[in-house]
Write a protein of this length. Structure first.
Length: 411
């Protein structure tokens, strides 16, 4: 049996798969070239215009890489450009954001307890924030701050903290964390598309025309590439955070995100120092551990909505359709009996469970209506929930959940 909900879920899965694959390719290439650049050494016998070389061994072969600070006197016919990994990561990520947080915005995007916004307003804010973030960042880089990398990095960190706080004033916890990741990733991809690649093209064009390329283009590209290097690990954390309520289901999630950016700096500083031959600053791991402990502690500070407030909330027309649909009373009984012990605002399935899985609450009729599609796919069509069927949901009960969802004509 195939319906729109199932096909849409598989489409989302395919886009997510593409996003992960391209992100792996981009991150791998980025980390490799940063490490390679730092490991280059001048052996005293380099070609004219070269600034360093590195010998490497991999897969049974030996590789000799030589770097030209500007460009060699003559370009080869074949020149590999590393750009598509970045572009496809952003394009697939943007598509995934639209699928989950725009199309699924009724449930995942706007937190009505934080901001009284229509869905279209939330979507407009989502899109505009990504664009504005790049414009502000690019303006700062092109100002005099571009000659002061440390000051620029500190200002960039402040901007990210402000955005983290701002997103959490409007969006749900998981949407806020994801958007902060998208905000950062947009800056990174725009660096490649608008700065790094155009500068490389100018250098190549100068060489083909017989002109000496200006070294400033390489310097500018290097600054943006360094920023991307330090931002990569926090972006990965933010993209994974939607699977972990401990990361997003707290009023202090915006502080958690800020601390994650600091951890990204400490971790990359260790590896960058090691690759550059400046030693191994082990203190960075101690700082990283302390920051992670702070993140873990913040994740257990209980705030947020209460069951009383949830029971008093009024359903939207979309949600009311599921509550009024035939079979809702039976579906509610099944969910309360098989799911709500974990999916509660204060879970009581285990003493070690601080937050409901994925931040999904299933305690009130409105909760159940809001998560109707997830219930249908996770506990009806598939047997993903409950995990290992620990609450012994029966086949008849799964069928009842399917019939209720389909009765609401929302597939």
């Amino acid at each position: 049996m195939y319906d729109a909900a199932i096909l849409w879920d598989w489409f989302a899965f395919a886009v997510r798969w593409l996003h992960v694959i391209t992100a792996m390719a981009w991150i791998g290439a980025s980390f490799y070239f940063i490490a390679l650049d730092l490991m280059l050494r001048d052996n005293g016998d380099l070609p004219e215009g070269a600034t360093g070389e590195e010998w490497e061994v991999h897969g049974g072969g030996f590789y000799n890489t030589v770097k030209y600070n500007v460009a060699p006197a003559r370009l080869p016919e074949h020149l590999t450009w590393h750009k598509w990994q970045s572009y496809w990561t952003w394009l697939s990520g943007a598509a995934l954001l639209m699928i989950v947080y725009w199309v699924g915005g009724e449930l995942y995007l706007i937190d009505a307890a934080k901001a009284d916004l229509a869905l279209w307003q939330g979507i407009a804010l989502s899109a505009a924030s990504l664009t504005i973030g790049w414009i502000i960042y690019d303006t700062l880089c092109k100002s005099r701050l571009g000659n002061h990398p440390t000051a620029l990095m500190l200002l960039l960190f402040v901007m990210l903290v402000v955005m983290s706080w701002g997103y959490h004033q409007v969006f749900t916890g998981r949407a806020a964390m994801l958007h902060l990741g998208a905000f950062t990733a947009t800056i990174m991809t725009a660096n490649v598309f608008f700065i790094i690649m155009p500068n490389q093209r100018i250098v190549v064009a100068d060489l083909k025309a017989g002109r000496v390329p200006d070294a400033k283009y390489g310097k500018i590209a290097k600054l943006r590439s360094t920023h991307n290097n330090y931002l990569t690990l926090p972006v990965v954390f933010l993209m994974l955070s939607n699977h972990y309520p401990l990361a997003f289901a707290t009023d202090y999630a915006w502080i958690i995100a800020a601390l994650v950016f600091l951890m990204g700096v400490t971790i990359r500083h260790y590896f960058n120092s090691m690759h550059a031959g400046r030693g191994r600053p082990h203190w960075t791991w101690a700082v990283t551990v302390l920051l992670f402990i702070a993140v873990a502690w913040l994740s257990t500070v209980r705030t947020g909505d209460t069951l009383e407030a949830a029971e008093a909330a009024a359903p939207s027309p979309y949600e009311a359709a599921f509550i009024q649909a035939a079979g809702f009373e039976e579906a509610e009984r099944i969910v309360l009996g098989r799911c709500s012990m974990c999916h509660a605002r204060e879970p009581f399935w285990s003493d070690t469970m601080f937050w409901a899985p994925k931040g999904v609450h299933l305690e009130t009729p409105l909760d159940i209506a809001q998560n109707a599609r997830a219930i249908y796919l996770q506990a009806g069509v598939s047997h993903a929930m409950p995990p290992a069927n620990v609450t012994y949901i029966t086949g008849e009960e799964r069928l009842a959940l399917i019939q209720w969802y389909q009765a609401a004509n929302r597939f």
